[in-house]
Design a protein around this ligand. Structure first.
Ligand SMILES: [Zn+2]
Length: 116
């Protein structure tokens, strides 16, 4: 008997269980399922990394476009810049959160491979 991580919720459980006692998802994935899930997780990671880059680019471009003509006068921040900055910060947080989450799920799959 070995301790494995649930591929859905990443909590520890026994490999003798058919279903995760924490979230109820199926534990005994065969190799094809694991491969498919790993591809899915890597795709998701790639998407959210791209999203992270886009949100940083939006923030930087907004600041540059605003900074050059106004010479950085802080009293004079236009609404569109505030919106762009807020969108960039929120987008960044959103993508960071999902990158963290999918990395954990991917690590759970990899750890199970080593254990089994
Ligand atoms: Zn679970």
């Amino acid at each position: 008997m070995a301790i494995v991580r649930c591929p859905s919720c990443t909590k520890r459980t026994s490999d003798q269980q058919q279903q995760c006692p924490h979230c109820g998802s199926t534990l005994n994935l065969d190799d094809a399922d694991v491969g498919e899930r790993r591809r899915f997780l890597k795709d998701q990671l790639y998407r959210y990394r791209m999203g992270g880059h886009v949100s940083v680019t939006v923030m930087v471009l907004a600041i540059i476009i605003w900074w050059i003509p106004t010479n950085g006068q802080l009293s004079n921040i236009p609404l569109w810049l505030k919106v762009a900055l807020a969108a960039g910060v929120l987008g960044q947080g959103y993508c960071r959160y999902h990158i963290f989450r999918f990395k954990r799920l991917l690590k759970a799959l990899t750890d199970n491979d080593k254990a089994g």
